[in-house]
Design a protein around this ligand. Structure first.
Ligand code: 5GP
Length: 191
């Protein structure tokens, strides 16, 4: 998606070797007009699929998922991050290792919102090692729902998540795939 790539080139800030900060339009301040274009592009790419629900993870995925849902005409569920180990009640849960913070946390979704047979599209802002998507995919499997695929805004293709999850059969549509990046030379895209 050329508009997104241009924006990353212009406003993305590279930290160290593997973190891309996009706080000015995606992760802190949000460019809603750009989100609308992102939502339309997800809809175009998954036009062949029935999508009953979009599932994302708090916090950064929520805004993107909500705007995208307006084009899919479906509800959004966001998996909540939960600090406590013992989670009682009617929830599906899985563990995710945070890429940006390095720690492990639980994510939960209430069983009443994720039903057997639901056709679920995952949406997230970044794909790096794939832990967040894997955690979300497990919630979908545990619910007996059907995983349609995953829509990712920025995939860091030099990290292993995308390749591994595609090899496992997950359909992933990434709107910008970063092949390499460095503070000196900037961002290079894969396609
Ligand atoms: P993964 O679980 O695939 O390793 O990482 C994906 C999650 O980590 C995303 O939900 C995103 O919030 C965060 N993340 C991973 N890499 C980056 C990055 O380079 N920049 C930002 N802003 N977030 C990232």
């Amino acid at each position: 998606m050329e508009l997104l790539k241009e924006r990353i080139r212009k406003d993305g800030k590279i930290k160290g070797t593997d973190v891309l900060k996009v706080d000015s339009f995606l992760n802190h301040q949000m460019d809603v007009a750009l989100f609308a274009e992102i939502g339309k592009e997800f809809k175009r790419r998954f036009a062949d699929c029935q999508v009953d629900k979009i599932l994302t993870i708090e916090a950064s995925g929520i805004g993107i998922a909500c705007i995208a849902a307006q084009y899919f005409h479906c509800p959004v569920i966001f998996a909540k991050k939960n600090q406590t180990k013992n989670i009682a009640g009617e929830v599906y849960t899985s563990q995710v290792e945070s890429f940006t913070h390095g720690r492990i946390y639980n994510i939960i979704v209430a069983k009443e919102f994720l039903r057997p047979g639901d056709k679920v599209l995952l949406i997230d802002d970044f794909l790096a090692n794939g832990a967040a998507l894997e955690g979300l995919a497990k919630l979908v499997r545990d619910a007996g729902a059907e995983l349609v695929g995953a829509g990712i805004v920025i995939e860091k293709a030099f990290q292993p998540g995308g390749e591994r999850l595609r090899a496992e059969g997950l359909r992933i549509e990434s709107l910008a795939r970063v092949k390499s990046m460095s503070e000196e030379t900037g961002v290079e895209f894969a396609d």
